[in-house]
Design a protein around this ligand. Structure first.
Ligand code: ARG
Length: 590
């Protein structure tokens, strides 16, 4: 279906042309004064300059043409030259009927679907998931879902940090603790055990202990570094330990991401890029892109109009080690080979911005990607506590994700039990669903690049612009529909006809709903999940005003009642589709 704004635009184009004005002035926008009108055209002002006429005269001429058009209820020229429009109620309800019956909310088929890699999550193996990775998971999941909703082929990759110094640290610490393991016996030639020599809890304790030790003990740090190099050059014993670390960690990460309703198509990591590195560097040197500088191998990536200096991208250190940038470049080679994406979107903390500028420029310069391929980094801000400092636990440590989730869920459960309607296991399960909405909506409703304050009290409130309030609206509609279905069949609702709105409140709800696909497209074009949140909140607000202005179930006029039911049921459908893209869902009751 054409967008509402395009349909109105078409009428305006015709009217401008009929009055012999250039149709480029016939631009329509949603009114920023909803108290005065629903849509507006401000083109008469710009048009006035070209045609040397008063804008109000132009606006009046155009209005004269539009006056008899039955898509409008009212069209007015207002000083100095605005054209204000109100749509006819029937045109609006017919449009929503079109959305309802065309499927997929009236969205047109995506004729040029793109293949998009979303690189998000970015957890580091063997280190517990902490809230630093939370935003990447939440925003990335939403970006992936937005892309899919609009008909693209989107591949989500967790891109684990599975190849760094942490591996050497763990290996050496393990050697100190369990020197008797066959991995440390140089003369061992048999098969290494299938069973990992540690559990996830041990692993999570080993890494911080080793990392602390390395800071205090130079000898240990050196050994860990050597162990890392040995692993990276393919040592059999260390590779076996490394595989255990990955397996144990990934199993745990899957549970954690699962609890966040975050799902990756690919569980690849930095290690998958390793086989490409050697050839890549040789090739870059051979083609003259990379050169030796103070023992390291670098690619110049600065450009003449850079406002600040962009240092060269180092792809090999003087000791021969590969770096973060090396692995990101080699990963591009693999992704080109396997998926040949049109677009790459990376999500990390915005402090990694320079890294991605360097990597993207190096990738373009060395022609790893086609010119038309888009490389984008969405750098997000920090999640702060109420004190404005990065969010910490009560004891001041870095908050682990599971504890944060638990704290939120407990807060929600307490609220549920306060009301007394839901208790015990149901309260527990429902709190988990609502808690996730509280966390995700609290995050996504902010512009991603900005820092924000994670305020558990506010985020878990059932009132205001919060995740729980959005769910509450959906639950409320579910409960009206459930009452309705006691005497009627739910399956009939699809066939109920939507009548033109009887009141301003009802019309406002319809005008809000019909923007859905437009909002989704804009939000994805700008990679701006907060725009979906704004829309969702606008819908809940319009719904609740409408709901308070009518009696739905006791309406006596059957056709009107059925129309109300169709409208709220469609409101629910749109809200559910929108929150699914945001990455959470509504409970049955709350
Ligand atoms: N593991 C990295 C970190 O914890 C994030 C990885 C992001 N993705 C990438 N391709 N660099 O900072």
């Amino acid at each position: 279906m054409k967008k509402m704004i395009e349909l109105i635009g078409d009428e305006l184009v015709r009217a401008f042309e009929q009055c012999s004005y250039d149709s480029k002035y016939a631009k329509v926008s949603i009114s920023n004064r909803p108290d005065l009108c629903e849509y507006q055209c401000n083109g008469a002002m710009a048009c006035a300059k070209e045609y040397r006429k008063a804008p109000i005269v132009i606006a009046q001429e155009v209005v004269e043409v539009l006056k008899d058009n039955d898509i409008f209820d009212a069209v007015e020229a207002v000083a100095p030259g605005f054209i204000n429009m109100k749509l006819s109620g029937k045109f609006v309800s017919d449009y929503i009927e079109g959305m309802r019956t065309s499927g997929k909310f009236g969205m047109e088929e995506n004729k040029n679907p793109q293949t998009i890699i979303v690189d998000y999550g970015g957890a580091n193996v063997a280190k517990p998931l902490h809230i630093g990775h939370l935003r990447s998971a939440i925003i990335g999941e939403c970006v992936k879902r937005m892309g899919r909703f609009l008909g693209n082929k989107v591949i989500g990759d967790v891109h684990l940090g599975d190849w760094g110094l942490q591996m050497g640290l763990i290996i050496e610490e393990l050697r100190c603790r369990k020197p008797e393991l066959s991995y440390f016996d140089e003369s061992f030639t048999g098969e290494y055990p299938k069973e990992a020599p540690f559990t996830i809890s041990e692993l999570e304790e080993i890494y911080p202990a080793a990392s602390k030790k390395a800071k205090e003990n130079e000898e240990f740090a050196k050994k860990a570094h050597e162990a890392t190099l040995k692993l990276q050059s393919g040592d059999r014993a260390f590779t076996a330990i490394w595989k255990h670390i990955i397996a144990v960690s990934v199993a745990d990460l899957k549970v954690n991401y699962g609890n966040l309703n975050v799902e990756f198509d690919l569980w690849k990591g930095e290690s998958d890029a390793q086989p490409y590195i050697e050839d890549m560097i040789n090739d870059m040197i051979a083609k003259g892109y990379a050169y030796e500088s103070q023992g390291a191998t670098v690619i110049d990536v600065s450009l003449p109009d850079d406002k600040k200096e962009i240092p060269p991208c180092i792809i090999r250190k003087s000791d021969g080690a590969a770096l973060y940038a090396t692995s990101d470049l080699a990963t591009i080679i693999e992704r080109e080979k396997l998926y040949s994406p049109d677009r790459y979107i990376y999500l990390t903390d915005k402090r990694q911005e320079l890294h991605f500028v360097q990597v993207f420029r190096a990738a373009r310069k060395t022609k790893l990607v086609k010119e038309s391929t888009s490389l984008e980094h969405l750098g997000f801000g920090t999640m702060n506590g109420k004190d404005g400092q990065p969010f910490k636990t009560r004891s001041g440590g870095v908050m682990r994700l599971e504890y944060l989730i638990k704290e939120v869920n407990d807060a929600v459960k307490a609220r549920l039990e306060e009301s007394g309607k839901i208790v015990g296991q149901e309260a527990e399960d429902t709190a988990r669903i609502i808690g996730l909405a509280a966390i995700k909506y609290g995050d996504l409703s902010n512009q991603a690049s900005k820092d924000y304050v994670f305020d558990i009290d506010r985020f878990t409130s059932f009132e205001g612009n919060t995740g729980p309030y959005i769910l509450y609206t959906i639950v409320r509609i579910k409960s009206i529909l459930a009452k309705f279905s006691q005497e009627n069949s739910m399956s009939d609702i699809g066939g109920f006809k939507l009548l033109p709105a009887a009141t301003a409140e009802e019309k406002r709800l319809m005008l809000t709903l019909l923007k859905f696909v437009d909002v989704m497209e804009n939000a994805f074009a700008e990679i701006a999940p907060h725009k979906i949140c704004q829309f969702v909140y606008e819908v809940t607000d319009a719904f609740s005003t409408f709901y308070n202005s009518v009696k739905i179930l006791s309406e006596e006029d059957t056709a009107r009642k059925q129309s109300y039911i169709a409208l709220i049921s469609y409101t629910k459908e749109i809200l559910e589709a929108a929150i699914d893209v945001l990455g959470f869902e509504a409970p049955e009751r709350m």
